[in-house]
Design a protein. Structure first.
Length: 279
């Protein structure tokens, strides 16, 4: 399903969650949202039949395209002869973006139309390896995009909201109707940009521990923080003490905490989980 004359038609594969974007106007808007220009280093995850790849190459950028589908890899290599394009056969969930950035000698501008079924795990991985990127412009199922950009107190606010907003400037750029894809998905999509911050927006003692605290806080939404944080393996008295120290009512739930409150709480819990590091 190339959408272009003279190219072989390929059937989208369900196992890869493939939906090919066929609208050139949307493709241009994605390139504009990423601010791609001549001389940039761009990483494209899931190039599909290469319509977005073509637009990226026409800016004069050097493009690295990561694709897992062998049939599409063959199509891309047949279609594009440009030296400024490198096609890498790989699973986006398993590769090291830090190593890739080191190999190519710079930070990437990332663009991707993510398969719905891997969007959450892949975004989490990209945020962990965010040092490899200056900006990420990603397409999600619309309801996932809403969750990512949601604020505290909203039913959509969750783990990905906190992590995305702690490490990047998040912006919902525009929506993409389902009719612009082939095959047509059941839901609309949204494009979201993430401008990677030089430093986290909040104080974080240990990033891995912070992520664990946030996941625990949202693990069981109906439970209070005093109960949901028990998954950290701390005594209830320690959790209660950390909540008090962070000025957070133990009866509150994770979805009510803003970034600063999460930072204070994670810090207080970290000192209790790692007493040797407590000054």
């Amino acid at each position: 399903m190339s959408g272009e004359k003279g190219l072989p038609r390929l059937r989208a594969k369900k196992k890869f969650g493939q939906h090919f974007l066929n609208d050139r106007n949307i493709i241009r808007k994605i390139v504009e949202a990423a601010g791609v220009k001549e001389g940039d280093l761009v990483l494209e995850i899931g190039p599909g039949t290469g319509m977005l790849t073509r637009e990226l190459l026409e800016t004069g950028a050097a493009v690295v395209a990561v694709e897992v589908d062998r049939d599409l890899i063959a199509l891309l290599r047949e279609r594009f002869q440009e030296e400024s394009l490198t096609v890498i056969p790989a699973d986006a969930l398993k590769m090291s973006y830090a190593a890739l950035a080191e190999e190519f000698g710079g930070r990437f501008k990332l663009v991707a139309n993510l398969p719905y079924y891997i969007s959450g795990p892949l975004l989490s991985k990209l945020l962990t390896e965010r040092a490899a990127f200056s900006i990420m412009v990603l397409m999600f199922q619309k309801e996932v995009a809403v969750r990512i950009a949601a604020g505290p107190g909203s039913r959509d606010y969750g783990n990905l909201s906190v992590l995305s907003q702690a490490f990047t400037d998040v912006r919902r750029e525009f929506d993409v109707p389902s009719r612009l894809f082939s095959p047509k998905p059941k839901v609309d999509s949204s494009v979201v940009s993430f401008r990677v911050l030089d430093e986290p927006r909040i104080r974080i003692d240990d990033e891995s521990f912070f992520r664990t605290v946030v996941r625990s806080a949202f693990g069981t939404r109906r439970k209070t923080l005093l109960n949901s944080l028990s998954s950290l393996g701390l005594e209830k008295a320690d959790i209660a003490g950390a909540l008090q120290e962070a000025f957070v009512d133990p009866g509150r739930r994770g979805e009510t905490l803003d970034l600063n409150e999460f930072a204070r709480l994670a810090h207080a819990l970290y000192l209790r989980a790692h007493p040797a590091k407590n000054p």
